[in-house]
Design a protein around this ligand. Sequence first.
Ligand code: SF4
Ligand code: SF4
Length: 364
Amino acid sequence: MRTRYYERDAFPPAVAELRRAYRVFVPVRRGDFHAFAEWDDSVRPDFDYRKTRVPPKGLVFPQSERLLVFSTDERDPEHDILREAPKDFPPQAVVGIRPYDAMAFRVLEVNFDTPEVRDPWWLRRREATTLIGLARADEDATMFRTENYAGPFDERGLDVIVYDLGRGYLAKALGEKGEAALAAMGGDEPAADALREVEERIARAATPELPAGRLRAQPAAPELPTGRLRAQPVVPLFEAEFWDEVAAPCLNCGVCTFLCPTCWCFDIQDEVRKQEGDRIRNWDSCMFPLYTLHASGHNPRGKKTQRVRNRFMHKLKYYLDKYDRGVMCVGCGRCVEACPVNIDIREVAARMNGFGEQVERHDR
Ligand code: SF4
Ligand code: SF4
């Protein structure tokens, strides 16, 4: 497994080498926030960022994507026949992605790459994508650990992990794609003290307490309380009285779902201009009443409580039961930060997790 070391100033030029073979996406400052942008001459990467406001999910699953095209012109011998929209899927490298956002792609894949459904656009873009992760213990107060996020040094889902050691970066390939990327980036063999420092930082992030006299740089984020959820039957939880209380302040603005790296809902619409048509896929949100509105006018989730309940039940119960891959959440905290009425998934998870506990105690 290839490892390379870069002095701090040498890292951006090494990443720039990737531009010879990949479209390279890097974190950049945009006003008060950060976002991923393609690295061209107008962009300055900022690897000291903490979290992007919008996750990089859209680099594989775009917010809006033209899938198919058609013509309604009857003079066209292929009129009204859907054809795949012409596009290519060049190799792309997402450099500086945080481990929770990389893990989110593994959560998303169960919707796009399954034995039953193999979404061709997802598959080709995912295959063309190399994820080069940035590992630094800087979790903020809104973040937490789940089965799908083990902390800032979680390697799962990454092709390369890059440890920020302050004075420089140590990069380790985690598979074939990572080997190819690191070969293109060059760099030096890491010295033994850099390797040792990485091990120490990983141990510090995982250990709740350090020997007396040593301060933790950053306390480990708490775990989302979900330990009892697996065993709970769906129906009483679905009918729990607390859902009305949880949903009461919700504005159904959809921000929590649009900013979530693991939300995968989309809508497909046809747009026609004169006699040329496009079939387009757009991100959608289960928090909108229109999302479940049937053509008949019936809406199975017409009430706010039903929509809020569905969001949390999907993330913390249905996904867990159906796929046995943990909860549908990587603990990024974006929904906690952005919800205008402070609905907090950690509190909802605690209520769901504790549901029925008192009854059980009483029965004992
Ligand atoms: S961000 Fe908050 S208010 Fe908006 S839909 Fe989500 S839970 Fe409701
Ligand atoms: S549910 Fe919230 S904390 Fe979990 S992955 Fe989505 S935005 Fe992040």
